[in-house]
Design a protein around this ligand. Structure first.
Ligand code: FE2
Length: 298
């Protein structure tokens, strides 16, 4: 297997992200060049987010790319079949565009979003996410990615000790992570959802990552609501104030791939009258891996 050195990578920031230069992803797919595809996977592990500019991909090629890295996630939503491209099974449209019949062209809106992990409220959150920009406003909104390894590593030692084996209930709440964040659900409703480790191990690098809850009001298993709030809001503040992020405004024909196991992401909002269309694909992840019971916390 060729290493990531077979690609030309240009780091995008000191902490996360890289541009992959001089590559035609469609051509790599058509050639089924597994050495280059394996090098891309190695580069994602290393840089967490990769951007490929000026790409020309068909829906089929984008799905083929995703399949190389594992099973694809079904992103189908009930009552929104307009968000799916004919002829492919997994690609979904994310857009704020309203069609002439009033139906949305795709999932999503133009609202800003808070830091999140795709699929966190599911028992098996997403692995890689792929965004391919098809139409953007004149001043495109920025997306932000945060290195979640470094968020964890920069916590004080006593905090690492405290959270090492805690689990959080990731309850569902309306409108995802979009601002304005909706009010809290009832305590009873917040007790329903998958219980994920607050510190998870990346499945391949085996490095610990802070699996940041999306809301301050999520409940920590076996902890009172007040204590949970105080702990989670402190962790969310630590993440929000961390410097380990990169931001980029996606331009048309930009393809961006990131690993949800090691990145948080969010985006700015934009004027609802301006249209943005992005093709969206994701790999199935795996149930988050807790730190081993016996592990010592640095
Ligand atoms: Fe997302």
């Amino acid at each position: 297997m060729k290493g990531a050195s077979s690609l030309t990578l240009q780091p995008a920031s000191p902490h996360i992200g890289a541009d992959v230069l001089y590559i035609d992803v469609a051509e790599v797919i058509e050639r089924n060049d597994t050495a280059v595809l394996d090098a891309i996977q190695q580069a994602i592990e290393e840089h967490i987010v990769l951007r490929f500019r000026k790409q020309k991909l068909t829906p089929e090629q984008m799905e083929q790319l995703g399949r190389h890295f594992g099973p694809l996630l079904s992103l189908k939503r009930k009552n929104n079949d307009a968000a799916h491209i004919q002829g492919v099974d997994y690609l979904k449209i994310i857009s704020n565009v309203q069609q002439s019949d009033g139906r949305p062209l795709g999932d999503g809106s133009s609202a800003p979003q808070d830091w999140h992990t795709d699929g966190a409220a599911k028992p098996v959150p997403a692995g890689y996410t792929y965004f391919y920009a098809r139409k953007v406003p004149g001043v495109p909104p920025k997306t932000y990615w945060m290195n979640a390894y470094l968020i964890y590593e920069s916590l004080p030692a006593d905090m690492k000790e405290k959270i090492a084996h805690l689990r959080v209930i990731h309850h569902e709440y309306p409108a995802g992570n979009e601002f304005p964040l909706p009010p809290s659900k009832s305590l009873e409703e917040r007790q329903v959802g998958p219980q994920h480790p607050l510190v998870r191990l990346h499945p391949t690098t085996r490095r610990p990552v802070l699996f940041l809850p999306h809301r301050d009001d999520m409940l920590v298993v076996d902890m009172s609501p007040d204590e949970s709030f105080s702990l989670i809001s402190r962790l969310r503040r630590h993440a929000a104030e961390s410097p380990y992020w990169w931001t980029a405004a996606m331009e048309v024909d930009d393809l961006v791939v990131w690993d949800n196991r090691s990145a948080l992401h969010k985006r700015d909002g934009w004027d609802q009258s301006l249209e943005r269309i992005v093709w969206h694909l994701a790999n199935e992840g795996e149930p988050p891996i807790p730190l081993p019971e016996s592990s010592r916390v640095a």
